[in-house]
Design a protein around this ligand. Structure first.
Ligand code: ADP
Ligand code: MG
Ligand code: ZN
Length: 514
């Protein structure tokens, strides 16, 4: 440990807004994405999550003597696509590197990674960041330093102790199923000048990165399962000074925690600096329950790893034509797509966000592409269909409802054949496998009763049934009409147009609308 430890007395954190009046934060985000390849980085072992420990291993990923790694071409293709999506330059030639260290979760006493020759360099990502108090958004360009390929480690379980940590444990178990799964690390350039927005920028960056990776189909990017993990570097400096010493908060595993970890680290560092202390360069852990970070290990310097080019693998030299082919497969950036669709559909950022959160954006987009009106597509997918999906415990996209069904339902409503209420029953029939919209309407007898004489008969019956209400309406109490309209709707099993019933009723009694 460095000498600064001695001078670091416990200090209390400074409230966030106050800290920002004296210090400027600098951020650096390192995101690890576990690729969704079927086999591991250097062998043919499967990568599926959740298998029995040590059942997805072989001599290569266990690093038995005499074995040699062979690189996974899908992993190389995936990282090139990731680099392109992040506006990086794909280098013409690079090598893997050996990072030497020993830890029991790693069967070799080194990790095959990349060091000074990463495959993707010098990119950027434009991130839309919400301003506090709903004052709209601002776009922040985050520079990407490099995107490189490496292999994941195994997993240790410390048993017998109260905390699950190694301290106090009776014994430890190791599972090498994850050892050798391809991992991509994305490292930002230092992110400066964000001030009080720093925590929100960190969160928005990780969220956008996650959406991009999902769109590329290279990973399932589940933070809760660890297939996307973020290390957040934070430092503070006084305005005009050089950047301060950074800490690195490791393995933050939710978007909310990324924001909270950055915020609490700013508050903590400001307390140390205010008291005249120095920040130790170290890794830290974020605790979800208390919302603060605590120290991990003091950080190794790069020379401690004794990096050298991996001698067992040939260099990677992606062909320019192949890179261009891959470039053509990169989808539109999610935030740009959302802004474009919101504009096309005439909705605001808030409505767009609720479609995204409900997980129905793609469904609405597909429906609109197939000719459904944007308002109708939004109304059904974010409303009734989402409700039914939740009720049945399925994802909305797994409901057997096609854009054509929504289109037909809307046509039937426009023609006055059914109303919104009956439309819900039509969808219920479609989802229950009773056929298409027309078949359900016919089989369930779901048409609006628009035949005036049938409606009048029902109105007269209701007036007879409720003579006191009838009297009130005749006496000019139009508000009482609701009871009769309700009775008629009930008598027609909801298949009448309530507005029309009301008009017919008032005409029939010769009372003017109040
Ligand atoms: P390490 O190997 O220590 O993880 P990396 O280079 O992989 O180092 O990542 C360091 C991260 O910290 C990068 O995102 C970098 O931009 C960022 N960074 C560098 N200097 C500072 C600083 N003074 N304050 C905050 N972040 C920094
Ligand atoms: Mg790093
Ligand atoms: Zn293997």
């Amino acid at each position: 440990m460095s000498a600064s430890t001695a001078s670091t007395k416990p200090t209390s954190p400074v409230p966030f807004d106050e800290a920002l009046t004296r210090y400027e934060p600098v951020l650096g985000l390192e995101v690890h994405v576990e690729l969704g390849t079927e086999s591991k980085m250097f062998c043919a072992c499967p990568t599926a999550f959740g298998a029995e420990p040590n059942t997805q291993v072989c001599p290569v990923c266990l690093a038995l003597p005499g074995t040699l790694p062979v690189i996974n071409s899908i992993a190389v293709e995936s990282i090139i696509r990731m680099g392109l999506a992040l506006n990086c330059t794909i280098v013409e030639w690079c090598r893997m590197a050996r990072k030497n260290y020993f830890y029991p979760d790693m069967p070799k006493n080194y990790q095959i990674s990349q060091y000074d020759e990463p495959i993707c360099v010098d990119g950027y990502l434009d991130v839309v960041v919400p301003l506090p108090d709903g004052e709209g958004t601002t776009t922040v360009r985050v520079g990407i330093e490099r995107v490189h390929l490496e292999e994941d480690t195994g997993k240790l379980t410390h048993a017998g102790g109260a905390t699950g940590r190694i301290h106090g444990a009776d014994y430890s178990l190791v599972d090498y199923n994850r050892a050798g799964i391809p991992l991509v690390e994305i490292v930002t350039k230092p992110i400066t000048d964000t001030g009080a927005l720093a925590p929100a920028v960190a969160k928005a960056y990780v969220a956008e990165l996650r959406d991009i990776m999902r769109g590329l189909g290279v990973s399932d990017v589940k933070m809760e399962e660890g297939s996307l993990r973020c290390d957040a570097n934070v430092s503070l400096n006084r305005p005009g000074d050089e950047w301060g010493t950074r800490t690195e908060t490791k393995n933050v595993n939710s978007l909310r925690s990324v924001e909270r970890a950055v915020r609490s680290e700013i508050e903590r560092q400001a307390g140390v600096l205010d008291a005249g202390g120095r920040i130790t360069q170290e890794t830290r852990h974020f605790h979800e329950d208390t919302g603060v970070t605590t120290p991990g290990r003091s950080k190794e310097q790069a020379e401690d790893y004794r990096y050298f080019p991996e001698p067992d693998l040939v260099p990677i030299a992606p062909d320019a034509a192949w890179v261009e082919q891959l470039r053509a497969t990169i989808p539109e950036q999610p935030s740009i797509r959302r802004a474009r669709l919101a504009q096309d559909w005439g909705i605001g950022a808030f409505e767009m966000e609720s479609l995204v959160n409900a997980g129905v954006l793609q469904l609405v987009e597909t429906s609109v592409e197939e000719g459904v009106e944007p308002d109708a597509a939004r109304k059904w997918w974010a409303g009734e269909l989402l409700r039914v999906a939740n009720e049945r415990g399925v994802e909305p996209q797994d409901l057997p409802v096609a854009p054509g069904d929504i289109k037909r339902v809307e046509e039937l409503i426009a023609a006055g054949t059914i109303n919104d209420k009956l439309a819900r029953s039509v969808f219920d029939g479609i989802i229950s496998g009773e056929g298409d919209a027309d078949a359900v309407v016919a089989a369930r007898g779901l048409t609006v009763v628009s035949d005036d004489s049938a409606l009048l008969a029902a109105i007269e019956q209701a007036l007879v049934d409720q003579p006191d209400v009838a009297e009130k309406i005749r006496g000019g109490k139009v508000a009482a009409a609701g009871a009769i309209v309700g009775a008629v709707m009930k008598a027609t099993r909801g298949q009448a147009d309530a507005g029309k019933v009301r008009t017919l009723l008032l005409d029939h009694l010769g009372v003017a609308e109040g």
